[in-house]
Design a protein around this ligand. Structure first.
Ligand SMILES: Nc1ncnc2c1ncn2[C@@H]1O[C@H](COP(=O)(O)OP(=O)(O)O)[C@@H](O)[C@H]1O
Ligand SMILES: [Mg+2]
Length: 399
């Protein structure tokens, strides 16, 4: 492009009526993150959305400093910005993952050209796609479930009976042998292994069984109390202290009591297994009436807010690699795990049109957050219709 053509097209695109403030306001008001540097790498623009996504304070203290000072030396955005003046083709609608937060970012990088067609800076437009990714992952999980569900259920049914046979016959043999016989320990091993295999089969059947939700107005404090009782009945670890901070006056939610309880029992069991000894798990619940992120994700309609339940443990936490896979069926890091506890949790959460998030706590340990939608009491029927649709999707082809 010739100099005069570039200059005239620049003039053509901007009305002389608006002053410089307008352009400033335009950038600040954008719903995308905007980060711009000049030719020397000095940060010259960082709008509020950019600061929010990057966890920077929303003031101008970052401006005028080199982007590596502001973002840190090995920041993923730093690598993108550093390529702005070197690459012939700049990334367009690309994605990257920010560490350690794990946020998925969609971005486009542009060079800022002056009227003489010379680069004077670079600008990064970006958006937090984490929520979109989660929804896509949910879709993929549903598809996978539909495909493996029927087969897995059939195999599990077939395996259950011979397994019970092995347990019973090994028990009989054990009783026939004298207590002192060396083979007693072999038989104990057989019985132990069969029990583990049986637990996997039971979990598997639970996982593939279509959920038949019994929707009612459920009291969250009651569900959480029941979940703690059930967990305590199932675990032998007396070293783990479970603390609850659950106000009694939380609004009721349109859910299935038993299914909801299963979510929290599974989370508690995992927390206690992660602790593997003395430690603490806290369950806290609160009513939330507005949240920018959720409103932005289009979740704000038809709700009277959300009940948010946090389950936190002070165990070892998990690496980003593990965190990405925990909801996948059969993913486990335990020698005797079934890898189905959280897959079942995810299935129930999806069926309730709820949401689950997980993060590693700064102070160590894991934090699961379950968000339940509170609807007006009168909306119970329409709520259950949309849940039935979700269920149809989850249970598709699952026998
Ligand atoms: N509270 C927790 N702390 C650390 N890791 C966890 C926690 N909860 C789940 N995990 C990880 O997620 C994996 C999957 O959990 P789950 O689906 O319940 O299967 P399983 O408990 O049979 O391994 C676990 O093996 C573990 O690595
Ligand atoms: Mg588990």
């Amino acid at each position: 492009m010739s100099v005069s053509a570039a200059a005239s097209s620049t003039l053509n695109q901007f009305s002389p009526e608006v002053d410089e403030h307008f352009y400033r306001d335009l950038v600040v008001s954008m719903r995308n993150g905007v980060l711009a540097i000049d030719r020397n790498g000095t940060l010259v623009v960082a709008n509020d959305v950019a600061c929010r996504i990057l966890g920077l304070a929303s003031d101008d203290q970052h401006l005028g400093r080199h982007y590596t000072d502001v973002l840190g030396p090995r920041h993923e955005f730093g690598q993108v910005l550093s390529s702005a003046f070197a690459l012939s083709h700049l990334p367009n609608r690309s994605e990257l993952r920010l560490r350690p937060s794990g946020k998925v970012i969609g971005f486009t990088l542009s060079r800022v050209m002056n009227q003489f067609d010379a680069p004077t800076g670079a600008v990064l437009f970006f958006k937090d796609l984490t929520r979109v990714e989660q929804l896509e992952e949910r879709e993929r999980l549903r598809d996978r479930l539909a495909a493996i569900g029927e087969m897995a259920a059939a195999i599990a049914h077939e395996v259950k009976n011979p397994l019970a046979g092995i347990q019973v016959m090994a028990g009989l043999l054990k009783r026939r042998l004298p207590e002192t016989d060396d083979d007693q320990s072999v038989l104990n091993d057989i019985i132990g292994e069969a029990r583990v295999a049986n637990k996997i089969v039971v979990d598997l059947l639970e996982f593939v069984r279509p959920i038949n939700l019994q929707i009612e107005r459920v009291s969250v404090p009651d569900v959480l109390r029941d979940a703690v009782d059930k967990y305590e009945g199932q675990t032998s670890s007396g070293d783990v202290i479970v603390k609850t901070a659950v106000p009694e006056d939380l609004p009721s939610v349109p859910e299935d009591h038993t299914q909801l309880r299963q979510i929290f029992t599974n989370l508690l069991i995992n927390a206690s297994e992660a602790l593997d000894g003395p430690g603490q798990v806290t369950i806290a619940a609160r009513h939330m009436t507005s949240d920018d992120d959720m409103a932005a994700a289009g979740d704000a309609q038809d709700t009277c807010g959300w009940v948010v339940i946090d389950v936190e443990d002070d165990g070892p936490g998990m690496s980003l690699d593990v965190r990405e896979k925990i909801f996948s069926p059969f993913f486990t890091t335990k020698p005797r795990g079934s890898g189905l506890g959280l897959a079942i949790v995810r299935k129930i959460v999806d069926a309730h049109d709820a949401r689950i998030d997980v993060r590693t706590r700064h102070e160590g340990g894991t934090h699961f957050q379950v968000t339940l939608r509170v609807t007006p009491e009168l909306d119970a029927t329409s709520a259950s219709t949309s849940m039935q649709e979700t269920l149809d999707a989850v249970g598709r082809g699952v026998g």
